[in-house]
Structures are given as C-alpha cells and as structure tokens.
Design a protein around this ligand. Structure first.
Ligand code: SAM
Length: 327
C-alpha cells in the first residue's frame, strides 16, 4: 500500500494548519475569554509551513486546510495558498473561517489556488450573533458567504455548532437555507472542551437535531457532497439544492475515519484534536532539518495517533482550547 497509514490502518492524507492563534471573535464556547497571543517569532513563517507540507506531501498528504484562530487576520494569507499550491501532490486547499473578512479576500484567495471554504456561523439573528461572538458583524459574514459563492469557492459549507438553550431553536431556519439559498449546512455537536461536566447542559445530540428538522421540514434523504466529506454524514431535504451534514464527535466518535494531522501556529504537530501529545517541528525546522528529517518526525506523529478520543470520559489536563488548535 502506498501512502501514509497509522497503526489502526487509517489512511492519513489530510493536514489542518493553524496559521495564527489570533482571532477577531470571542465565541463563548471556543475560548474562555483569556487569549494570550504567541509572540510573532514563535509562529511558523509561510516558508516554514511550505517545507512541512512539502515533506507531508511526499509521504502522501493530499489535502490541506487553513484554519486558526482566524486565518484571514494573518496578513497575505493568499501568499501561503500560492506556496502550498505549488507543491506536487496537494490537490485540495481549503479554508475554515468565521467569514468576517472573507468578502474582501475571496477573489484573491481563489486566484491563489484556494478550492473551497467552510464558514462558521452559529446564528442568523443579529442580537444573538453579538451575544455568541462579541461582534455585531453578522452582515459581513453573510456578504462573505455570497462572495465565496460568487467567485466559485465551492462547495461553500456553513458550520453551525449547536448549543442547547442558545441556538438550537434555529436548526430549521438553517435547514431552510438549503432549500431557499442552496446552502450546504453542517450541524456540529458541541464538544465540551473547557469545563466538561458543567458544559454538558449545552450539548445537543445529532438524533435530537434530526428529529427537530424532520418534524418541520420533512424526511432527510441520505446524500453526497461534491468534495471533502470528512467526518460528516450528509442528507438532503426533498427538493433542496443544498445539503445538510451532521458531525457527531460525541455520539458517534468520528475517530474510526480520522485521516488527519494538525499543525499548530507555533509549529507543533498533533496526532489528535483531543489528545495532548505534540511533536515540535519548529525547533528542527529552524535548526536546519531537511525534508528527510521532517518526514521522519511526521511518521512518528502518525504512528502515535490514538485509536479514538476520550472526550466523553473527560479530558486530560492541559488540553489546548479550540482557538489554539484550529478545530
Ligand atoms: N476562526 C475560524 C472559524 O471560526 O471557523 C477557524 C477556527 S475555529 C476554532 C474552527 C471551528 O471550531 C469553528 O467552526 C468553531 O465553531 C469550532 N469550534 C470551536 N469550539 C468548539 C467546540 N467546543 N465544539 C465544537 N466546535 C467548536
């Protein structure tokens, strides 16, 4: 078998790269408010990221997703897209963003080689958007979605983290957007990363989401998406152009299909979102490690991928928060 496989025979072909730990939102469920920033020198340069991806591509990585923090606040992000686009073997470059700045960058990102975007949006209500994110810029996000679709960053997927008592009354509103606007919406089970026990009250299970949508809008039929299915299961409402995906980190433990590694902004390679093991690549990179040395380190991380996460049983201490890893 060619390619990169972990000890559980999962093919690893997908790299998520956090390009910054900074964010222009303060979503209540993502950070606990304290966001100490890494000093600039601790962050990998674009050329360093390119070298890591070059090594990864030689091992079999094919898809790259840029995330953060908020990736679009890092200056000249399209330059990084261009550098990654030059790497042989990388055939899909995507971006996860809160969409605030997307309208201004969509065209230039597309020209640089970005294929598609996922946009995080948890509510369609202005007041609620401000309560969740601390920002009143919902219109900018909606403009970002339109701009992404206009320039062909398709499929544009809208990611909604479902929070009980906060936005779970909007599931049908989002689902209706797959009919009215052809949106591809994905509902994500909230992961209680900060204070697991207390946070469980906010947690809504996917089967309850499905019931709510089907009661109002009809039966969900299994569907496929154009690209990048990842851990989601996709469905379609009768007559809808768009799809509805569900991501169930809690009720399904999506680990059996895990295909990814995560690079933090400060150059640590993580085998799993929800385990604390990391290997430092920045030190070796800056001490002159060549591609072969980097490949060896990447293989070590792949070999250390755990079979599954243990979020439901509680986290290990020192878990990085989502904004530090990139989701
Ligand atoms: N700033 C970008 C954005 O908003 O998409 C990228 C980084 S953000 C950390 C990536 C994704 O993680 C977002 O879709 C966010 O909603 C999701 N996320 C953050 N904390 C989460 C949690 N506790 N459970 C589930 N998803 C979470």
């Amino acid at each position: 078998m060619t390619g990169l496989f972990d000890s559980y025979k999962r093919r690893i072909d997908y790299f998520r790269i956090s390009v910054t730990d900074r964010c222009n939102l303060r979503c209540v469920y993502c950070s606990d408010g304290a966001v100490p920033h890494l000093p600039r020198l601790e962050i990998l340069s674009y050329e360093e990221v390119q070298r890591v991806i070059q090594a990864a591509a030689e091992l079999g990585i094919k898809s790259v997703r840029l995330t953060g923090g908020e990736p679009l606040i890092r200056p000249y992000l399209s330059r990084l897209v261009e550098l990654i686009n030059q790497i042989a073997g990388i055939d899909d470059i995507s971006l996860t963003t809160n969409g605030l700045l997307l309208a201004g960058y969509a065209a230039e990102l597309k020209r640089a080689g970005l294929n598609r975007v996922n946009i995080s949006l948890d509510t369609l209500k202005t007041d609620r958007y401000e309560a969740i994110t601390g920002s009143n810029k919902l219109p900018e996000v909606l403009a970002g979605i339109e701009a992404a679709r206009r320039v062909g960053l398709e499929p544009v997927k809208i990611n909604m983290v479902v929070l009980g008592g906060t936005n779970d009354d909007e599931l049908t509103d989002f689902a209706r957007m797959t009919l009215a606007e052809g949106w591809h919406v994905r509902f994500i089970e909230y992961m209680p990363l900060m204070a697991p026990a207390a946070d469980m009250a906010k947690w809504v299970a996917v089967p309850d989401m499905v019931t709510q949508i089907e009661q109002s809008l009809g039966r969900l039929e299994p569907s496929r998406v154009a690209s990048g299915a990842g851990p989601a299961r996709y469905y379609r409402l009768p007559g809808a152009r768009g799809t509805i995906g569900f991501i169930r980190p809690m009720t399904e433990c999506f680990c059996s299909e895990c295909n990814r590694l995560r690079l933090t902004a400060d150059g640590r390679l993580r085998p799993c979102l929800l385990a604390n093991d990391e290997i430092d690549l920045k030190g070796p990179l800056r001490n002159g490690a060549g591609l072969e040395g980097l490949k060896q380190l990447i293989k070590e991380v792949v070999a250390s991928k755990p079979q599954r996460h243990h979020l439901a049983e509680g986290l290990t201490s020192g878990q990085r928060q989502m904004w530090q890893i990139g989701g």
